[in-house]
Design a protein around this ligand. Sequence first.
Ligand code: 4YB
Length: 461
Amino acid sequence: GSQAFSDWPWQYWATERPDATAIIRGQQAVSWRQLIGEVNSVSAGFYRSGVRCGDGVALRGKNSPEFLVAYLAVLQLGARVLPLNPQLPVSLQAQLFPLLNIDFVWCTQNTEWPADIVSLSYQTTFNDAVIANAIASWPSEQGVTMTLTSGSSGLPKAVVHRVEAHLANACGLLQMMQFDAQDRWLLSLPLFHVSGQGVLWRWLLKGATLVQRDMHPLADALSGCTHASLVPTQLWRLLEHSSDGLALKQVLLGGAAIPVELTDRAARQGISCWCGYGMTEMASTVCAKRANQTSGVGIPLPGREMRIVDQEIWLRGSGQASGYWRNGKIQPFTDVDSWFHTRDRGEWRDGELHIFGRMDNLFFSGGEGIQPEDIERVLVNHPQVDQVFVVPVDDIEFGQRPVAVIDTGVELDLAQLSGWLQGRIAKFQIPDAFYLLPAELKNGGIKISRLAVREWVRKNH
Ligand code: 4YB
């Protein structure tokens, strides 16, 4: 964990190995020395604008060099950083800011803020005198990240992690997966999601190289990278459109069910995959394994404990977040014994964890329980399907019936899908209708909201 560091990790590496490459931006190498120059200036600028220990600072934007530097700058001020998806509706943001005690905001585009919020600017010209005051001591009690995670209803929750939780997570995964100082991990997922921050803290733990690039096309972004974190949809697309010339040693997959067909196909194209199961509340990966012929997600990383209670996965241990931030307080999300009840359904089988789906997604059709993920798991193996959501629609005869919404990068004849499913799943599971996923449901995050899909189907079915 953090015991290895005597200072903020980026400061530590700038002392230990000042000239080593910290970041590759596009094709340009940035050393640890240069990086802390930027971070120190930006934090001094934020300090001059009034940011102090414990203050809440929102950073709104897609990944960019400036976003990353601002994230580190806020932390070393001992402040709370809230990375935000730029597509988060402004009205929702206005509701969240008071609850999350946000005082400052920095954004890559011009946006209207509530009047009591101070807008920060990004400046890399401040001198050393100001900087010395501005750096909080390590390890900081106040310096935390707040990462939004949306449940099946209500406002998103702000999961609070101490820096130590992120480092503990990195430490756990890297006891299983090899990643060393000379390796290069692509920042392939957004920093406003725990999976992007996971990449960051593994990089910081090892003093390795982070690669920051435009993600389209992904094959180009991956050039020269040894590691990447991808959601299954990204990997399907990558394999469809390209194959050779990748230096990739390992891909860590996660965020959604990982089909064996996907990891098999990747292996045939020279990419070796790791399967991960993780969540915001545990600072990303909790279980992992090298991809093989089974559909499980492996075993808990060292330091994590798991129980399965009435098919629900309970977790505790290293990496666990401090709680949800609300009105200046941290609300615990665990039971009295520190177990987090995930609402994921799973089973321990043949020495590894298997995930069935979210308990909240289960619905009933003519008395039969339908777990949408059971249908999705089969449909996603159709050669033209990259991602699919099965949601219930109300039905007079059966109460509810399944409908499938499909994401594909290629031509697909929806009319043949029902026939294709026959014999592959039970008759009552075959969706009544198939739709293509409308672009409006893609929100710039790593996940499409099931609730939004359900709403869209309710209006359009
Ligand atoms: C799963 C699942 C799985 C999550 N099968 N359902 O660093 C990583 O671990 C990583 C690498 C690549 C891509 C993503 C990641 C993540 O962090 C993902 C973390 C995440 O998705 N967090 S979340 O809070 O947004 O959602 C958590 C939920 O996602 C879980 O509770 C599960 O329901 C689901 N999930 N991995 C099936 N392998």
